[in-house]
Design a protein around this ligand. Structure first.
Ligand code: ADP
Ligand code: MG
Length: 728
């Protein structure tokens, strides 16, 4: 082992776990202690302000200035008592992660002193200098004005000494520049559309909430080893590294004992997350070595997504404290499972009903089927768009490999629900007797019993029904869930609206409501059949079959993203009020640009490492072999020396071949980049990066990985997979 490598590996092995003290209070006692939730609002706000704020949170009613001032004052008082000195508008720009700019509460009082100030105006709206956030050209840099506006539906929280106020981020002319603004609009759209459909079954429903329960997968790597790998450091993934002789084939990591160092990290992460009101519930090892997962209890979608972003930030921060680095990249290691973030999604009413769960009465089950079928139809119609919503340069490594959802969106329903839909579809309309409210002669009433033992779980499906929800499994571990959630909720909203229009038309023509619903459902089941697939999503046959069914099979990320601008997508976004054509165009510019930048950085890092790490190491070892060959000649007669050196000569030649290939390809890579960089159109540029530059990375890597196998371990300075993945 090289000296440097030895030093970092040894340090990693000897690192002690940090003992995280168990809090003296129970989780139920410190839960949400750092959140300005209802309880604190009640305590810190005057009665009227509390009532108005509650109304605003529940029904989106705008706050007047007086109330905003009262809320700001109460919030400030609480925050200062909690030790906060600063506040920030916290938002989700179109980059990864979140953004914030901190301002101190303290302000000159005009008399030579300072006073802690925070007004309703500062709470509600701010203008960060936003020129450096991606906007896809919506906000020209000369009018660098975008502003952040408070989202009262997600409570403020404290991190370290700062009060964080969740906000949306929009341009001066009102276009959204973030993930939150369109998500909120999509949630509102689905609320309205679903409430209307619920009224066929229950006129008391006033509100429908979309729920999200995410499952976050991640890797932990020792911080010392991480910093000795420039590729991990700069790109979040290893651009080289031969597979370890042992990786996940024994499947001994999954649900195995969690190593102490990791456990202490998880423990602190949980404590801090609970204080922030994030209801973390499960933690376990994942399939790959050093891979783990955590999941909270599901919450309202917007809040849950904020919590996911907060957790990712906490994970990054605490991993450093514990001597780790957390890898949220979807595919940090080749040949080892990547990380995803399953998005469990459902709709629920203010009357406490989960709309994607079967009920006890025939009406309840018809409602259940109504929602399931409408979701299927929406997913079918927008399958290309849903794929676009999870597509990124990093997630592309994971999709389509035999470990993650395939690059084709389909939906698994399981035998029971499939059977119910089939029966409904094939029942002659006249057989469906709709006598009054109870007279459905369908077997739908019997669903609950059979669903109880719904154990058939299909892990290969990207969009699976799992009992009372759908699980969108193609979302990337690093992604902002909002990207997928805003598309899904908006698509379902659009579909529910169309469904209602069709049903109402039939009712107006004299059909009984349930009969009308059943008729439309039967048609929709037929029409969206192509999306329903319960088989093995990893199989080659499925690819061919999906193509035949007309599902989107595109695999190139820059082209997948085109789906946002398809006519039916634009129509869907505009009719639901979620995004305008202009916004969609701008956001696609950002997506293509991001794609290009990611691949560009990887290409640069790989080129640099190849030239200043790999080739020098390989040459050094090769020189020592050459030296040996010459010495053999000094020592032995010529023909004997030749025989004895034959194998070393082979290695020398081998190394020379790899080196010359690598050098040649790195030169080509530089040239290809120069050509691509001249392309002005972001879309075309991204396509060039995808088609010509990206494939070269793997080709170069292949030869580097071969060298790793032959070059003397004494010389190899980059930590190897076996060290990165198995250090505790
Ligand atoms: P898995 O077996 O897929 O690993 P888990 O039980 O670990 O599932 O996690 C499932 C996630 O789904 C949790 O976050 C859970 O709160 C969430 N969940 C459960 N029911 C619903 C629902 N009706 N809507 C949304 N999310 C849900
Ligand atoms: Mg899951």
């Amino acid at each position: 082992m090289s000296k440097l490598r030895f030093r970092v590996v040894e340090a990693a092995f000897n690192k002690k776990a940090i003992d995280v003290p168990t809090p003296s209070e129970l989780p139920s006692e410190f839960f949400a202690s750092k959140v300005f939730n209802r309880e604190k609002m009640f305590k810190y706000l005057p009665g009227e302000a509390f009532a108005k704020l509650s109304e605003s949170i529940e029904d989106g009613v705008l706050l007047d200035h007086e109330t905003a001032d009262a809320v700001a004052t109460g919030m400030k008082k609480w925050a200062i008592e909690m030790g906060a000195t600063h506040y920030t508008h916290w938002f989700h720009p179109l980059t990864e992660g979140t953004a914030e700019k901190h301002d101190a509460f303290a302000d000159p009082d005009g008399k030579g002193g300072m006073i802690e100030k925070f007004s309703g105006k500062l709470l509600i709206q701010q203008e960060p200098d936003a020129s450096s956030f991606p906007s896809g050209g919506i906000r020209n840099t000369f009018e660098a004005r975008g502003y952040t506006a408070w989202d009262p539906s997600s409570p403020a929280f404290i991190i370290a000494d700062t009060l964080c106020i969740p906000t949306i981020f929009i341009s001066y002319t009102g276009e959204s520049l973030d993930y939150k603004a369109p998500l909120l609009k999509a949630l509102e759209a689905v609320n309205k559309a679903a409430v209307d459909v619920c009224h066929y079954f229950n006129p008391d429903v006033k509100k429908v909430v979309a729920y999200l329960g995410w499952e976050q997968e991640y890797f932990l790597v020792d911080a010392g080893l991480y910093s000795a790998r420039p590729d991990l450091l700069l790109t979040g993934r290893t651009l080289m590294g031969h597979e370890s002789s042992k990786n996940q084939q024994l499947e001994d990591h999954y649900f195995g004992a969690i190593p102490t160092r990791v456990l202490e990290y998880m423990k602190e992460l949980e404590i801090e997350a609970l204080k922030l009101g994030i209801p973390l519930k499960t933690r376990h090892n994942e399939v790959a070595p050093n891979q783990f997962e955590l999941a909270p209890v599901f919450e309202e979608c917007n809040l849950s997504n904020d919590h996911n972003l907060m957790v990712m930030a906490l994970m990054r921060k605490l991993s450093r404290k514990h001597g780790f680095r957390v890898l949220l990249h979807e595919k940090p290691f080749k040949g080892v499972n990547g990380s995803g973030k399953h998005n469990n999604w459902s709709l629920g009413t203010n009357t406490g009903i989960l709309l994607m769960a079967p009920g006890k009465t025939p009406e309840e089950n018809l409602r259940f089927i109504t929602f399931v079928v409408n979701v299927l139809k929406a997913v079918y119609k927008h399958n290309a768009l849903l794929k676009a919503s999870i597509a990124s340069a990093s997630n592309a490594h994971r999709l389509g490999a035999n470990e993650a959802p395939p690059a084709i969106i389909s939906s698994f329903l399981g035998t029971q629900v499939s059977a119910v839909l089939e029966r409904l579809e094939n029942t002659d309309a006249n057989e469906v007797v709709v006598a009054g409210k109870q007279g459905l002669k369908l077997d739908v009433a019997r669903i609950p019993e059979i669903l109880l033992d719904n154990t058939d779980r299909n892990r290969t499906s990207p969009f699976a029904f799992t009992g009372n929800r759908f699980e969108f499994r193609a979302v990337g571990s690093e992604a902002n869930c909002a990207a997928a959630m805003l598309v899904l909720n908006a698509a379902v909203a659009e579909q529910l609206k169309l469904f209602k229009a069709e049903v109402d038309e039939k009712i107006a023509a004299g059909k009984a409501p349930f009969a009308a619903i059943i008729e439309v459902l039967r048609k929709d089941i037929k029409e969206s059949k192509a999306i329903h697939f319960d088989g093995n999503g990893y199989s080659e046959e499925w690819k061919a079959e999906a193509e035949k069914r007309g599902l989107d099979c595109e695999t190139s990320v820059p082209l997948i993203i085109d789906a946002y601008l398809r006519e039916e997508s634009v129509k869907m976004f505009e009719s639901t009020g979620v995004m305008t054509h202009k916004e969609l165009e701008a956001r696609n510019e950002v997506k293509w640009e991001m794609y290009t930048k990611k691949v560009q950085i990887e290409a640069r890092v790989l080129g640099d490492l190849a030239m200043n790490h790999i080739i020098p190491m390989a040459t050094r070892y090769q020189s020592s072999l050459i030296d040996n060959v010459y010495k053999m000649r000094d020592l032995f007669p010529a023909d004997k020396a030749a025989t004895l050196s034959a194998k070393n000569l082979e290695i020398i030649e081998d190394i020379a071949n790899h080196i010359s290939y690598i050098k040649e390809k790195v030169d080509e890579l530089v040239e290809a980049r120069k050509v691509a960089n001249k392309i002005e159109c972001e879309r075309e540029k991204a396509i060039a990066y995808h088609d010509t530059i990206f494939p070269m990375l793997d080709k170069i890597r292949y030869h580097i990985d071969k060298l790793e196998l032959v070059v003397d371990d004494e010389i190899w300075s980059l930590p190897k997979y076996r060290e990165l993945l198995f250090i505790r």
